[in-house]
Design a protein around this ligand. Sequence first.
Ligand SMILES: Cc1cc2nc3c(=O)[nH]c(=O)nc-3n(C[C@H](O)[C@H](O)[C@H](O)COP(=O)(O)O)c2cc1C
Length: 179
Amino acid sequence: MNLFKYELLFKIQIGDKMEIMVAYYSWKGHTQKVAEELANELEAHLEKIEALKESGMASKAMKAYLGLKSDIKPIKTDISNVDFLIVATPVWSGHATPYMNKYLSQLTGCSGKCFSVLTEMGQSGGDKTIAQIRKTLENKGMTFVSSAMTIEEEVDSGNYKDTISKLADSIKEYIKSCE
Ligand SMILES: Cc1cc2nc3c(=O)[nH]c(=O)nc-3n(C[C@H](O)[C@H](O)[C@H](O)COP(=O)(O)O)c2cc1C
């Protein structure tokens, strides 16, 4: 059992509330919708990653493809007091958005913490995006727990709740496994 699991176990035993955080970026609202649903299921705190200035489509596509960063508005980036982090991003050019890249690069207090990833997309590229975020956060000493992908069309038709419930269950099970 790693140190983080001991911390979780201690919190569970003294009945302290688990601090779960969902950090998301959303341009057109789909990722926001799924992030809010997940936060609701987990009684988690939501953090919205916002562009300092939204760039044009071509720049968005190119910067995402190249794994570049774009400036974001000030946001909580020290996660020392967070027990579990979930990051949610749209898929752009088969990658995370430049705004998510910036957020991930600014995160501190990560070592030993666990995370899950949620990607929202038109059709494809979710797997690659999850792998990209996983690598970035594992390089910061974090442990990957689970992931899920939602599709724009399904979010529009309201047909995404099962996917979110399954992701929420995987996180609850992980936390329970620490008991
Ligand atoms: C610049 C750009 C690139 C995109 N690239 C992809 C892609 O590679 N694969 C995909 O399935 N969808 C792609 N999409 C579609 C978005 O992932 C999709 O519309 C998603 O629902 C947007 O989430 P949002 O409403 O939270 O902004 C792209 C959208 C934009 C704006």
